[in-house]
Design a protein around this ligand. Structure first.
Ligand code: 6MZ
Length: 403
């Protein structure tokens, strides 16, 4: 599928000018690989894969209409593997055994399909509604502010789109903005303390972490830290370092992360997703408020994490499927501070309930153990004291009805 159009790289991603060819090709390769390993396509076990499929299709259609991609090529791939019995495109998004490079290719695809203001707003809204539908009461949502000249997008306008998405949620009450919002550079956004249509609805606290992608430069990382500070009153409570763990050097992000520390922004680091022990050591020395994944820590590195009591974000599905490593069992057993997280619930075809289900079966937890696990995460959240107290009250009330 030769691409005669000019460079179509809305995010400056590494896909280059032949991206629609790449897009087509690796989707096919993935399907073939899947079929080779599993002998067949399989039906989705739940709705998630399918909805992701529909959204991907829908977004591809919009990009097709705009001439950014050739929609027919994408549809062709989709239709080719859709038969009358309902086997469908979900196979591309079924996370079974997807390797680390494959996952990051998929992230790149999602960025191509999703990075315009309108879509960012929509996805933010839907993600919150999905989590709230599972009775999640506090959501720390992380996202990478992106600059995309072809869409007139700056990191700030990207964040405006995210905030608009939070404010657009209408199926649940969202407790979001804290205070002082009027002085911030988001004049079009109407700050609210609680978006509420009626009294007896579900309520979810939403806070944001701004991610620095490991592909970024020092200056770009610094820009994200400054943005996080500016948006402190818009629910931004901290920073995250993420992205492909084999890309980028710790030293590139260190100045920005140090600055974040100096101005009092909590930090979580994706740490030890690959056995890069020089980096793992430097990350632990940095003493972040939390680390995520922590799959390839050596005994002595673990000892330091435990001594420093650095809480660990556990993403069971993501770790087992992407990193092919069960990192969590030991940490849980030694009573180290942990929080169960989903990673990207769409990409990993999971939900928080599913992660708790997995934790229960992996660690042999009963209902009370799971309750304690969920409640203990309150103290590791980056929310302010007031929110933590509110959350503790919610758990206290729930405890009375559950046990
Ligand atoms: C490393 C991860 C990740 O850009 O849509 N991200 N980085 N490891 C992981 N799991 C093993 N899961 C997600 O958020 C998606 C971005 O989050 C990072 C990736 O950089 C991905 O591009 P946005 O906000």
């Amino acid at each position: 599928v030769p691409d005669s159009r000019p460079s179509a790289t809305p995010l400056g991603l590494e896909v280059g000018e032949h991206f629609h060819y790449t897009f087509y090709l690796w989707m096919c390769l993935y399907i073939e690989d899947y079929v080779r390993r599993n002998g067949c396509l399989r039906k989705p076990s739940h709705g998630l894969d399918n909805s992701l499929f529909h959204i991907a299709l829908e977004l591809a259609k919009v990009l097709g209409d705009e001439g950014v991609i050739n929609f027919e090529d994408v549809v062709h791939v989709i239709m080719k593997i859709t038969d009358s019995s309902g086997y469908c495109f979900h196979v591309i998004f079924a996370a079974d055994g997807r390797s680390l490079p494959e996952c990051f290719k998929l992230f790149d695809l999602f960025h191509i399909l999703t990075t315009d203001h309108q879509t960012v707003t929509r996805i933010t809204k839907e993600v919150i509604e999905d989590f709230a539908a599972e009775n999640v009461v506090y959501l720390e949502l992380r996202t990478t502010p992106k600059q995309n000249e072809s869409k007139g997008m700056t990191k700030l306008s990207y964040m405006k789109a995210v905030i608009n998405g939070i404010q657009a949620v209408d199926t649940v009450d969202v407790a979001f903005v804290t205070s002082g919002a009027n002085n911030l550079p988001l004049s079009e956004t109407t700050p609210v303390n609680c978006i509420s249509n009626c009294n007896k609805r579900k309520k979810i606290y939403v806070r944001l972490l701004l991610s620095i992608d490991r592909r970024e430069t020092t200056a770009s990382a610094m820009e994200t830290v400054k943005l996080a500070r500016e948006l402190k009153d818009f629910g931004v409570v901290g920073l995250d370092l993420s992205g492909n763990p084999i890309v980028g050097e710790w030293e590139t992000f260190l100045p920005a992360l140090k600055h974040a520390k100096e101005i009092g922004l909590p930090i979580t680091l994706h740490c030890g997703e690959v056995p890069n022990h020089k980096e793992i050591k430097a990350m632990i020395d940095f003493c972040p408020q939390r680390i995520g994944h922590a799959c390839f820590l050596k005994e002595e590195e673990w000892t330091r994490v435990k001594v420093l009591r650095i809480p660990v974000e556990i993403c069971l599905t993501s770790n087992i499927q992407m990193i092919e490593h069960d990192c969590a069992a030991d940490i849980y057993k030694v009573n180290h501070p942990v929080a169960l997280c989903t990673d990207d619930s769409g990409l990993f075809s999971t939900s928080l309930s599913n992660e708790y289900h997995l934790a229960a079966s992996t660690f042999g937890l009963n209902k009370r153990d799971m309750f304690i696990l969920a409640r203990s995460a309150i103290q590791f959240s980056f929310a302010d004291l007031e929110v933590k107290e509110e959350l503790s009250k919610i758990f206290c009330e729930a405890e009375g009805t559950l046990f």
